[in-house]
Design a protein around this ligand. Sequence first.
Ligand SMILES: O=P(O)(O)OP(=O)(O)OP(=O)(O)OC[C@H]1O[C@@H](n2cnc3c(O)ncnc32)[C@H](O)[C@@H]1O
Ligand SMILES: [Mg+2]
Length: 194
Amino acid sequence: MQQLVFATNNRHKLDEVSAKINGEIKLLTLHDIGCYDDIEETGTTFKANASIKSQHVYSEYHLNCFGDDSGLEIDALNGEPGVYSARYAGTHGNHAANIGKVLENLQGETNRKARFRTVISLMWEGDEYFFEGTVEGTIRNEIAGEGGFGYDPIFEPEGYDITFAEMSMTEKNAISHRAKAMEQLIAFLNKAAG
Ligand SMILES: O=P(O)(O)OP(=O)(O)OP(=O)(O)OC[C@H]1O[C@@H](n2cnc3c(O)ncnc32)[C@H](O)[C@@H]1O
Ligand SMILES: [Mg+2]
């Protein structure tokens, strides 16, 4: 079975991706390979930051690996929070504060259009490949739901009347940005591995 490191420190991403991979590939975490580094995301695009994560693991450990950089793009906020999604309100990973800042910035705004975007960088046998996924939706006025992570409680995907946080992981994994990018990665690996 193919082994692949997922260069993330986000437990929720890992759970989503594990469920998606469904035993087809043996997924290793950063901790599995003894990596406790704080990989700094200094890029200004999802692609650059995804690359920083996978390149770090590849250059230090010489293992096949991938990293994902992702975030929420809100049209009325000129694409913010974008690459700064994890630290929009200042502290990295303070999801409640990040949501609070989005709702405040959107107060009175009628254009609620937004999308989640994921870019994956895969380092495979020494070469780099990119995969991308998006999901369109709207930003609610209030939070709803307990599931998921990050901005899920305020994001209602197009064609649904519930938020990502009100969906089961299986439901979110059928339509999400990350799931779409992962489906391409899995198809690539199925071909590459023969
Ligand atoms: O860098 P790693 O270690 O992978 O984990 P992270 O949480 O820092 O992840 P990112 O740098 O890619 O930042 C993405 C942020 O965008 C938001 N985000 C990304 N995907 C999301 C999703 O599926 N649902 C809700 N919010 C999401 C959330 O705030 C994340 O913290
Ligand atoms: Mg990050």
